[in-house]
Design a protein around this ligand. Sequence first.
Ligand code: SF4
Length: 703
Amino acid sequence: QGDSKDIDSEVESICPFCGVGCQVSLKVKDGKVKYVDGINGPANEGRLCVKGRFGFDYIHHPHRLTKPLIRREDAPAKGLNVDPENWQEFFREASWDEALDAAANGLGGLRDTHGGTAVAGFGSAKCTNEEAYLFQRLIREGFKHNNVDHCTRLCHASSVSALIENVGSGAVTATFNEIENADVAIVIGANPVENHPVAATFFKQFTKRGGKLIIMDPRGQALARHATHMLQFKPGADVSMLNAIMHVIVEEGLFDTQYIQAMTENWDEMRARLKDFTPEKMEPICGIPADTLRAVARDFAGAKAGMIFWGMGISQHIHGTDNSRCLISLALMCGHVGRPGTGLHPLRGQNNVQGASDAGLVPMFLPDYQSVTEDSIRNHFTEIWGSGDFSDQKGLTVTEILDAVHEGHIKGMYILGENPAMSDPDLNHAREALAKLEHLVVQDIFLTETANYADVILPAAAFYEKSGTVTNTNRQVQMGRPATQPPGEAREDWEITVALAERLGLNWGFTHPSQVFAEMKKGMKSLDNITWERLERENAVTYPSLSPEDPGQAIVFSDVFPREGGRARFTPADVIPPDELPDAEYPMVLTTGRQLEHWHTGSMTRRSKVLDAVEPEANCSLHPRTLKMMGVEPGGMVRLITRRGSIELMARADRAVSENMVFVPFAFVEAAANVLTNPALDPYGKIPEFKFAAVRVEPAEAK
Ligand code: SF4
């Protein structure tokens, strides 16, 4: 923190990291952000975590892209690591006109020769709602199909698929701040202290005033200290544990008959399917004593108001949709939806993953989750856009797009603000796909690992350099404002997409994101009563907002669900084991995730001085006894090997992981966790199983 007299201006915006969406005040001096304070946003009430407070200086890093770049004709092979300080061997600087022409000619040429499906797009959950909307419009309108996706596929796609199926909407039913009114809360497959730190402070407060917190996770975590129950279950055994808890609720008659009769369907089948999941039978499968399962069932069902929060420990499995189905059923049978202190809340990862999904950056849905297969819906959008029709086929998802590149069906890509060369499972396979592309346009703020494969690189503005709205995990649409100028010739993403669209024959005519927001409102009922002007005035409005004065509904589905017939549905789930079980060759379980100080693929936080100083080195966590058995000291090097590849990195002793498990954060390019991960997909959400792979761990020589 600095001295308020020592700044030129203060700008209110939104933290660009996680889905909590903390509001910030950016203190600017001489065109640079000097420090950041939290302000009184609805999600953070003045609080910030270490990333929000200290992780802003990446925007001023000398590695920022400042000019468009075009791959040199005599450049070495695509995919070789390009030094961000010494890239001239690979790329040459170009004017914006030349670079945009090259991008449009490359992608447009593939479209004209092979058809629109030869080109696909990955948009970004780090961009604004308006930018996400324009990106999906460009692919749909410009290439006439739906091969457009973004990283929601890799985080909560299975949660969204289960929520849409069973409650009719993919967003949370209550804000996380509603925990204030709850008596009991389950946090499962999430580590809020590391990944949603400001939300975690509300969870801790809840326990201080007597709320019962139930943590369920194969890994221990800091929040467990505050918990009434900590269920450290066996990795991948979520469904068996949750079904056993629901079995007890049925067996002991703890369910809410009135709610079930009035608000749900398929209860009889659900009840019948739970019959065999006795706690005694499930105990050896999930590793949780039957008595504990019974106690948790009684605490949750017996509470007046209960909430369920979950993270990627639930979603990133081949049974991720089944995991979420179980959580939805658990809440429904207890009547814990639609009242103060109740609700279902998948904690969204990136700052705008909710908004980007709402804006249609997904292959099966137009904005507001309206199906691309419905003629009337497509017609509505082509009317708004003044364009011809596009494909009624659901498009391919992130991992399917890269498979289609391998198969030769997709030959060109436009990638905005995503880093699949670090974030996709089975990275060697993903990187080979990127190398095969005939034309790749990358739009980003740094020369990312994905940019190593680019033909054209378009330099973009960072979040604190642009205007636009974002939507957090709470459904709060919030206004982001520019505090500083983009470096060099970098431009805001929406401007670049508009300019590229123009060269592809789409003359949209947008000159400000507020115009894009106004167009979005024509196709998105969720934005009713929310206007750009209102957001400029109020900073945040929760959707749905029932009138121009209504700050928005923190709790939804009090008397009706947005499904045909108005009822929520119970969808039973059976136990499906993880795709790749440990065996003699690969005897341990690999799981991946994030750390407090680093964000996703590390392109921003590893260029932030404070955050990089706190957590500078690629690391993994192993139980002290496992390290001892291997003869490795804490801090020593280990090699992790799966069927897909191997990495070497420093090992930490950590009692939070069990003896047969290794945890690896995925932010470190020098030991990229996703070289190891399994690309097997959940059949509904098409999300890969990042949370479980068979791995062998052995000592490695220190480098
Ligand atoms: Fe930013 Fe999330 Fe931390 Fe809030 S909790 S400051 S949104 S990273």
